[in-house]
Design a protein around this ligand. Sequence first.
Ligand SMILES: Nc1ncnc2c1ncn2[C@@H]1O[C@H](COP(=O)(O)OP(=O)(O)O)[C@@H](O)[C@H]1O
Ligand SMILES: [Mg+2]
Length: 261
Amino acid sequence: MARIIAVAVPKGGAGKTSTTLNLGAALAERGHRVLLIDFDPQGNLSLSVRAPVGTPTLYTVIKEFIATWEPGLERVIVPSTIPNVDIAPTDVWLNEADEELRSADRREYVLQKLLEPIAPAYDFVLIDTLPYFGMLVKNALVAADEVIIPMQAEFLATQSIAMMLKLVERIQRTGLNPLLRVLGVLVTQVDMRTNMGRQAESYARTEFLGRVSIFATTIRRTVRMAESQAMGQSLFQYDPDGDAAAAYRALAEEVLRATEG
Ligand SMILES: Nc1ncnc2c1ncn2[C@@H]1O[C@H](COP(=O)(O)OP(=O)(O)O)[C@@H](O)[C@H]1O
Ligand SMILES: [Mg+2]
């Protein structure tokens, strides 16, 4: 059975999409079968792996599911540009799903139910999410076994981590997903050239000491990230010997170890 991991934090630009893509690629490089779910209507992940949105769309699948409770997610899954990585791509229409979900039966469980028949074909399902805590994010957190919380290494970023931890607690306490587990906070976009960049990481480690685990791996700021995405590639295709690819390999290692434990 696949491990389902949501990459979530209620802040844009934190590194959710980049992490979903490159952690997925790193796991695939190790021979794992990976499915990415683009659950952010901005569709950045879909664009970054050149996944065309066909018909039906993720939105129509959700809409039809709400009416019939017959899963049909396989109808939107396509291969990505990354070897061994499939994706359920999305476009801006997914925004409408947030609205539709509000009035659905068992509205928080729709993604979980859609994934049920699909997940056994994969080792990992990674869900990219949007920075706004609505029905889409709730569905992602209910479908997931684990959450990775990216944190941009900058002033004030710890606030969004504190908020995310509260959201996870709420999902657990309400019984929506009592077993949801925070895999860790991932410090991203560390700028080693500035004091602030270097300090942001150690500040986060002190601030959340004992409250949440922070991955030993951190991701440094690099122009390779935007470049690779613009080329429709993962770091493993664009700059396989670079530091950023090495960092995501180390992250995959930590995720695999946590999975075993
Ligand atoms: N390690 C990094 N170094 C440099 N730029 C990065 C890095 N990680 C992400 N970015 C860039 O920062 C922006 C926001 O990252 P993204 O992953 O899209 O965040 P989110 O999905 O949380 O909004 C993107 O333009 C991305 O290319
Ligand atoms: Mg994103």
